[in-house]
Design a protein around this ligand. Structure first.
Ligand SMILES: [Zn+2]
Length: 381
């Protein structure tokens, strides 16, 4: 038990100190947090590299073991947080890392500085035991997960590869093996301007857009995934018109499209084009992909998935089964670019992230740390 208390103090202290280092994104300034993590990794005996880019952005990677040693596993989470927003609304200052009634408060407590502290707690314990493992363990704390994923993209463009990866995101300690892909699609509708007193002389781009928007609300996808359910497509932004007495010749509609691992983005785009072309001729609209993060999935029978399920069941005392992760995350780059079988697993609830008074329970952080430690011992035995 004494050991457990030491670990708890270490994790709470680290989570609190990480929260006190402001790494809001935007604007994105992870360098100070990366330096802090690098010092901790060096203290426990990991080889540490800070990869600094764009002035104040940075990833930090710690490695224990030699380059070609197998099996190997990467613990991956992020250093950046979403902005704190209006600080007046917080019960405690968002960068205080306040601990009250067994919860740690502050921006990033859930997403994902508490998780990073749990990762470090597991590694510290492994180090204290004298690294009783074979193979290689890597910790990667990356920049820019909350905006474009520049950090993990940079990480996978390097030669760093492992046999397995765990992405630390709040999953309430569930083992998630799949997430949807997310595409941001913009459709520009073109009309013809005219004086608003004679609408019949123009062609109203907002009307074209509104017909399309009505169709989008009724769009049905037959595809279904056993963990992720159906794809979704929804309008999130609209911008049209130039002046209150001109028939608008342009209207831009932005869609948030979430597709399943079995789907191809191009096929879904074709479906959208068909919907549009029921009301609008080809030359009167233009469709483009603004951003795309592909879906990802790891096989239920992968050794990491089985080890994680067993461990979570043992530590929490509750029988657990694989789940889907509701949002997109850095798993996409690890699976699609680096071809690393990956799971998402972390303490805290996703509903408690990105909110005012973000907070996480200390006992859940400690449990997560135990789970990570046992998975590492199992996979690297
Ligand atoms: Zn996150």
């Amino acid at each position: 038990m004494a050991n457990g208390m030491v670990r708890q103090e270490y994790i709470v202290e680290l989570a609190s100190r990480l929260i006190r280092i402001n790494s809001e994104n935007p604007p994105g300034r992870e360098f100070d947090a990366a330096s802090f993590v690098a010092d901790e990794l060096a203290k426990i005996g990991m080889k540490t590299v800070i990869d600094r880019f764009e002035d104040s952005r940075a990833n930090v990677v710690g490695v224990y073991g030699e380059e070609n040693q197998h099996p190997s596993i990467m613990l991956n989470t992020h250093l950046d947080t979403v902005p704190a927003g209006d600080r007046e609304k917080w019960s405690f200052p968002p960068f205080s890392g306040e601990v009250r009634e067994s919860r740690i408060y502050g921006r990033g407590a859930v997403d994902a500085k508490g998780i990073l502290a749990s990762f470090l707690g597991a590694l510290k314990e492994l180090a204290d035991k004298g690294w009783p493992i074979k193979g290689r363990v890597v910790l990667a704390a990356v920049a820019d997960e909350e905006v474009e994923g520049k950090g993990t993209k940079k990480l996978v463009s390097s030669s760093l590869r492992t046999d397995y990866a765990i992405v630390g995101e709040p999953t309430s300690l569930n083992v998630c093996i799949a997430h949807k892909g997310r595409a941001v699609i913009q459709v520009d509708f073109h009309g013809r301007p005219a004086h608003a007193s004679t609408p019949s002389r123009g062609r109203n781009a907002i009307y074209y857009a509104s017909k399309f928007i009505e169709k989008i609300q009724k769009i049905k996808f037959t595809e279904k995934h056993n963990l992720l359910g159906h794809p979704t497509c929804t309008v999130t932004l609209i911008r049209g018109g130039v002046k209150d007495n001109i028939i608008p010749d342009i209207c831009a509609v932005t869609l948030d499209l979430r597709i399943l691992p079995s789907m191809k983005l191009n096929q879904t785009l074709k479906k959208l084009k068909n919907l549009i072309e029921k009301n609008t001729s080809k030359k009167d609209y233009h469709i483009r992909i603004v951003n795309y993060i592909p879906p990802a999935e790891t096989s239920r029978s992968n050794a990491l998935v089985r080890a994680a399920l067993n461990t979570v069941t043992k530590v929490t005392g509750k029988k657990t089964e694989v789940r889907g992760f509701t949002a997109t995350c850095d798993m996409s780059f690890l699976v699609n670019q680096a071809r690393i079988p990956t799971i998402i697993l972390g303490p805290g609830r996703i509903e408690d992230s990105h909110v005012v008074d973000e907070s996480i329970s200390v006992s859940e952080l400690v449990k997560a740390s135990q789970i990570y430690l046992k998975i590492l011992e199992k996979i690297l035995s």
